[in-house]
Ligand binder design. Structure first.
Ligand SMILES: Cc1ncc(COP(=O)(O)O)c(C=O)c1O
Ligand SMILES: N[C@@H](CCCC[NH3+])C(=O)O
Length: 444
């Protein structure tokens, strides 16, 4: 397994992250447990900022909080000075509750409800990324009623197909997101936005998908978007203030993955912007909004191995005490992961096994065919690269409790999300009066 960030094997032959022995963490906090390497998270944010500083362009780096949103995470994003991309009232509420400044929050989503728009306007967030015509009109109407103004940028689907799983390709013309570029919707959107009395049109956004390695998908997108930016200027004299080029930068889940560095991505984005937009009176402020690249490799999930089942001549299933409820990605996207036995990390692999979750679903397999040392019930398994879209997509399927999350740094571990309790599991249930069991009549 590739060791990311501060992960290393210590003198005891145990996996250590952030200076904390993961076997101790499993014992102290229980399993499954999400362990987040705070140093790596902060490094990643700084790498993007530093890469942009070298370009000489005006820029903003945002964190896409959908990848992993908790109050402690929002504190880190705030301390590092990044913007925060949110997609729901829940994410805004999390950020505000953590003391994250509203003027660095901006709001995405293809179906923001009137309540969410009202909430965001009242909170005075920085801007709205408007996804479609209906939302434009809704935002204008609500802002007018409240006598407020809102900055907007339009989300554009540039018609670029990135090489990634079809469920996480979002830049295709046939997408639920955004104003289509090729259909002419994008220009119509600008025209309409300019007529909205309460809206300040600031520019454009595009996002072509997630877990993308090739930089040419990003440059192809910027070339297409540049045309839109120029046409808007020529037609209406509109100077694009903000050009948000999205997130989607791929990470190394398995050995075969070949991610680029933030410098590589930013360099391609910046040079394409310069080539295609330098002749405008103003080069827009360039934004990026990575999620996975910031937190993905920083996360490791610890599990305890339970049952071992051999299907003679076919395969050996090793079951862990979590699965699709804490990591939906293998079941949803056939995503691949690597793992090691945290308490015997130096032992050589001796057999090929399959790691199964405990959910009542045949498809709940975390890793097919992975070489490991002979494992026993009670061993601690560490699956890495689980920082993005794992905790944030976790569920209570089968009424399992969501795991705790700890941040580790320089030998210290701190809880940032408590493990759910059985009481939490039933805390929203309600039994109507008529279904409450009647006390049996006592006959004398
Ligand atoms: C609009 C938008 N921005 C940013 C992201 C973050 O993507 P990633 O986590 O791949 O960087 C996503 C998710 O794909 C997204 O839909
Ligand atoms: N949830 C997806 C990525 C989608 C990101 C949001 N558009 C994943 O785990 O890879």
């Amino acid at each position: 397994m590739y060791l990311h960030g501060t992960s290393r094997i210590n003198k005891l032959g145990h996996l250590e992250i952030g200076g904390c022995d993961t076997v101790d963490l499993a014992q102290k906090y229980g399993t499954p447990l999400y362990v987040m390497d705070e140093t790596l998270i902060r490094d990643r944010m700084r790498q993007f900022v530093c890469a942009f500083q070298n370009t000489g362009l005006r820029f903003r780096v945002a964190y896409a909080s959908k990848a992993f949103s908790t109050m402690a995470m929002c504190r880190i994003v705030d301390e590092e000075g990044l913007m925060l991309d949110v997609v729901s009232q829940g994410e805004i509420f999390t950020a505000l509750s953590a003391g994250f400044p509203a003027e660095r929050i901006y709001f995405h989503g293809n179906n923001k409800t009137p309540q969410e728009i009202e909430f965001a306007l009242d909170a005075e967030i920085y801007l709205f990324v408007v996804d479609n015509f209906d939302e434009l009109m809704l935002l204008q109407a609500i802002a007018k009623e409240k006598q407020k103004r809102a900055r907007v940028i339009l989300r554009i689907t540039p018609g670029v197909e990135a090489h990634t799983h079809q469920y996480i390709q979002t830049g295709k013309e046939d997408s639920k997101f955004g104003f289509g570029l090729e259909s002419g919707q994008a220009l119509k959107g600008v025209e309409l936005a300019l007529t909205c009395s309460q809206l300040d049109f600031m520019g454009f956004h595009c996002h072509i998908g997630s877990q993308i390695f090739e930089t040419n998908a990003f440059s192809a997108t910027i070339v297409k978007m540049s045309q839109l930016i120029k046409t808007s200027y020529e037609r209406w004299g509109v100077l694009t203030q903000i050009f948000n080029t999205g997130g989607g930068f791929g990470i190394r889940y398995i050995d075969e993955d070949t991610p680029k560095s933030p410098q590589d991505y930013v360099q391609v984005i910046a040079s394409t912007v310069r080539t295609y937009l330098s002749d405008l009176p103003l080069i827009p402020e360039i934004w990026v909004e990575p999620g996975r690249y910031i937190v993905g490799e920083a996360g490791t999930t610890l599990y305890t191995i339970g049952t071992v089942k051999e299907v003679p001549g076919i395969r050996k299933y090793i079951a862990v005490d979590g699965g699709m409820s804490d990591n939906l990605r293998p079941a949803l996207y056939q995503a691949k992961y690597e793992a090691l036995i945290a308490n015997r990390a130096t032992e050589p692999a001796t057999e090929m096994v399959t790691i199964a979750g405990k959910a009542c679903e045949e498809g709940d397999i975390l890793i097919w065919d992975i070489p490991l040392p002979g494992v026993q019930s009670g061993d601690i398994m560490a699956v890495n690269c689980t920082g993005a879209y794992n905790y944030s997509m976790a569920s209570n399927y089968n009424r399992v409790q969501k795991p705790a999350v700890v941040f580790v740094k320089e030998g210290t571990a701190e809880i940032v999300v408590k493990r759910e309790t059985l009481q939490d599991i039933i805390s929203h249930d309600h039994i109507p009066e008529r279904l409450i069991p009647k006390k049996e009549k006592v006959t004398i």
